[in-house]
Design a protein around this ligand. Structure first.
Ligand SMILES: NC(=O)c1ccc[n+]([C@@H]2O[C@H](COP(=O)([O-])OP(=O)(O)OC[C@H]3O[C@@H](n4cnc5c(N)ncnc54)[C@H](OP(=O)(O)O)[C@@H]3O)[C@@H](O)[C@H]2O)c1
Length: 379
C-alpha cells in the first residue's frame, strides 16, 4: 500500500484570510501549509512572537476556544527553497499582489495552481497584462470568492466573525473561455491537486467550499462586487457604521449600481447573454443572472445585506481609512472606471464611480493629514 500523497500549499499573505484558510487546512487536511512572509523580519516575528503557530478564534460559534496550529515550514524571499511551487494561495490585499508575487515568479510555471482569494475585480487583468505575459508559461488560475468575515483585534488575535463559505472556480486566461462546460468542473474535481485538496469532504464542509464553473462563480463575484462598491466607499467617505445610512442610502446606491451594471454588462457580455444561449443545454449549468443583477433588485439587496443584516459592521474600507492603511478602491469602483477606458466608452459614463473613488482616496488622505497636522475643526 502506498502512503497518500501529501500536497504542499504556499500561502502568500498570512493576514485575516490567509489565517482562516491555513487554520482549517491544518485542522482538516494533511497538507503541508507554508506561509510566505514579505521579509526576514516578518518571518522572525512569526517564528518568535507566534511560536510558528497560526491561530484564530471562531467567534461565530459561541464559546469556541482559540484554535492554534503549528506550521512545519515558513519562508520569505531570502530563505525560499527555490523549488517549483505546486499550489499557491494569494491572500494579500489586491493592490499588494504584484509586489508580493515578484520574488516567487521563477518558481511558478504551467504546473502551478494559483488561487486568488481577494475581494474586488481586476487582479486577473493584472496577471494577464503585467505578470504572466508569456502565454506558454502561465499557472493554472483559480479564484475563491470568500464571504467569511475575519478581523484582527487589538491584541493581534484573528477573529472569525461571520461564516459564509467560499465559491471556487477555474479562471479563464482569455475572454473567449468565459463560459465553461460542467465537464471543466468535473475534470478539475477528479484531477487537479488544488481542487482535490479544497474539496476534501471535511475541509470543504467546515470552510463551506462550493466548486463551480467560472460563470457561476462570476455571478457571485459580481453580486459581491456591487455590495462592496456601495458599502465600502460610502461608509469610508461618510465615516459611519453600515446601518447608520440605511434609510437614506437609496439614491447614492442607485447611482453607483446603475453605472456599474451598464459597464459590467458590456465587459462581461457572455455572462449577461448566458440565459438565452446556454440554459436548457445539459452540458452547462442553468443560471439566471438577468433578473438578479438589475439596479432595483441590487439596491434593495445591498441595503438589506449591507445596512440591515450587517448593520453594526464597520466596513473594511472604513477601517482602513481609520487606521491610515491603503484602500482597495482601484479594484472596486476604480475597476469600473478602468473598464470604461479599456472599452473606449465616453468618460462621462463612469463619472459616479470615478468621483466615489476620488472621494474615498480623499477621505484617507484627510485622515492621514489630520494625524500629522491635527484636526482643524477643533481649533
Ligand atoms: N478580512 C475579511 O473579512 C475579508 C473578507 C472577504 C474578502 N477579503 C479580501 O481578502 C483579501 C485579503 O484581506 P485580509 O483582510 O486578509 O488582509 P490582511 O489581513 O491585510 O492580510 C494581507 C496579508 O498580506 C501580507 N502581505 C502584504 N504584502 C506582502 C508581501 N509582499 N509578501 C508577503 N505577504 C504580504 C500582509 O503582511 P504584512 O503584515 O507584512 O503587510 C498581510 O498579512 C482582500 O482583498 C480583502 O478585501 C477580506
Amino acid at each position: 500500500m502506498t502512503a497518500p500523497q501529501r500536497s504542499t500549499i504556499h500561502i502568500l499573505g498570512l493576514g485575516a484570510m490567509g489565517t482562516v484558510l491555513a487554520v482549517d487546512l491544518l485542522r482538516f487536511t494533511n497538507a503541508l501549509v507554508v506561509p510566505l512572509f514579505r521579509s526576514q523580519e516578518r518571518l522572525a516575528q512569526f517564528q518568535k512572537a507566534n511560536e510558528n503557530k497560526v491561530s484564530i478564534r471562531k467567534i461565530y460559534a459561541k464559546g469556541s476556544p482559540l484554535l492554534s496550529y503549528p506550521v512545519e515550514q515558513s519562508e520569505c524571499p531570502e530563505t525560499f527553497s527555490k523549488k517549483p511551487i505546486d499550489n499557491l494561495v494569494v491572500t494579500t490585499k489586491t493592490y499588494q499582489t504584484k509586489e508580493a508575487l515578484a520574488p516567487y515568479l521563477p518558481y511558478i510555471n504551467e504546473n502551478t495552481n494559483l488561487i486568488l482569494i481577494q475581494n474586488g475585480l481586476g487582479v486577473l487583468e493584472l496577471l494577464k497584462e503585467e505578470i504572466f505575459t508569456d502565454s506558454k508559461n502561465r499557472p493554472r488560475l483559480f479564484q475563491g470568492v470568500i464571504s467569511h468575515g475575519v478581523y484582527q483585534d487589538k491584541a493581534g488575535i484573528f477573529n472569525h466573525a461571520g461564516w459564509a463559505g467560499m465559491k471556487v472556480a477555474r479562471l479563464p486566461w482569455t475572454d473567449n473561455d468565459m463560459i465553461q462546460k460542467k465537464s471543466v468542473v468535473e475534470n478539475d474535481a477528479a484531477k487537479n491537486s488544488l481542487v482535490k485538496l479544497l474539496t476534501e469532504p471535511k475541509f470543504a464542509k467546515e470552510f463551506g467550499i462550493e466548486h463551480t464553473t467560472y460563470q457561476e462563480m462570476l455571478f457571485g463575484q459580481l453580486f459581491k462586487f456591487l455590495v462592496n462598491a456601495c458599502i465600502n466607499p460610502v461608509t469610508a467617505i461618510l465615516d459611519c457604521l453600515n446601518g447608520e445610512m440605511k434609510d437614506d442610502c437609496g439614491p447614492v446606491f442607485t447611482s453607483i449600481i446603475d453605472e456599474c451594471l451598464q459597464i459590467l454588462r458590456l465587459a462581461y457580455k457572455p455572462l449577461f447573454d448566458y440565459r438565452d444561449k446556454f440554459n436548457g443545454n445539459e452540458e452547462y449549468p442553468e443560471m439566471d443572472i438577468n433578473s438578479i443583477l438589475t439596479t432595483d433588485n441590487m439596491v434593495s439587496e445591498v441595503t438589506r445585506i449591507g445596512c440591515e443584516v450587517n448593520s453594526k459592521n464597520s466596513s473594511s474600507m472604513r477601517q482602513d481609512t481609520l487606521f491610515l492603511r491603503d484602500i482597495e478602491i482601484e479594484y472596486i469602483n476604480g475597476y469600473v472606471v478602468k473598464l470604461a477606458t479599456n472599452l473606449n466608452l465616453d468618460p462621462n459614463c463612469c463619472k459616479v464611480n470615478k468621483t466615489i473613488s476620488e472621494l474615498a482616496s480623499l477621505r484617507l488622505a484627510l485622515n492621514r493629514s489630520r494625524s500629522i497636522n491635527g484636526d482643524w475643526r477643533k481649533d
